[in-house]
Design a protein. Sequence first.
Length: 285
Amino acid sequence: MTHNFERKAWYQEGAVALGTGILYGATNAVVGHPMDTVKSKMQAQSGFIHGQSSSMLGVIKRVWQTEGIPGFFRGVVPPLLGSSVYRSSQFAVFEMVVTRMKELQMDKATIPYTGGLAWSTLLAGACGASARSIIESPIEYAKVKGQTGQTWHLREAYQGFFVQWPRTGGMMTFIFCSVDSVRRWTDGKALSHPLGQFLTWGGCSMLGFWFIWPLETLKNQVQAGTVIEGIEGKPTLRQRVVALGGPAGLYRGIVPGSISVFMRNGTASIVMGAANKKLAELGLR
C-alpha cells in the first residue's frame, strides 16, 4: 500500500490513485529529466559512449557548451505527458488489486523470510508494473529518440518492448514491495511526513533501478537504434554487451541515473503525499 489513510472501496482507491498518480508522474518527469538525459546519452548516443566526453561530467560539459539548458530537456514532452498517464495507471492498478484482495480477505498469506510481505502485495505490484509497461513503452521510445537527437516513428512505437517489460516489471514490483515493507516496519511513520516520504520512495526507487540497470541500458540502446561499428543490421543483445565492454558496460550512466531516480521519485512522493492529505481533509480518502 502506498498510503496510511483509511481505505475506501477498491474502485474508489483506483480512482483516487489515478488522480494523485498524475501529479506524481508530472513532478517525476520534470525533476528527473536533466540527469536522465545525461544517462541516456552515456548509454545510447554515438559519440558519448566512448571517448573524452563519455563520463558523466564530460557529457554534462558537452551538452552545456553545445546546447545550453534546453539540451538537458531534450525529449521531455513525451515523458511529461506520458509519465502522468503511465505512472497514474501503475498506482491505480496497484491500489485496486491490493484493496480488492483485502476486501476478499486474501491479504493474510505472507511470503516466508520477507519480514511479513503479503503475496497480495507482490501480485498487485506485478499487475501495476505490467499495466505501466504497456503504456510506457512507446513513450520511453519517443523520449530516448529525442534525448539522442533522433526522430521517432509511430510504426516503431513498441521497439524494445521485449526489454521494457521485464525492466519495468522487475523494477516496479520491487519498489512497491519495498515501500510497503518500510511502511509496515515503521508502523506507517515513514510515509507520514515529507522527509520520510522523500527518503523512502527515493531510496526504494533507486534500489529498484539498480536491480534492473543492465536492462535499462539495453532498453535505451534498442529504442535509440544505436549502431555498432562493424555490424550490419540490428545488433543482437550479446553484440551490444560486447560493444559496451562486457557486463560492466551495462552499468554505464548509473551515477547520473541514480541521482535522477532518487530526486524525482523522492520529490514526486512528497507531492503525492500532500495530495492524499488534502483529499483526506476533504473526505475523499
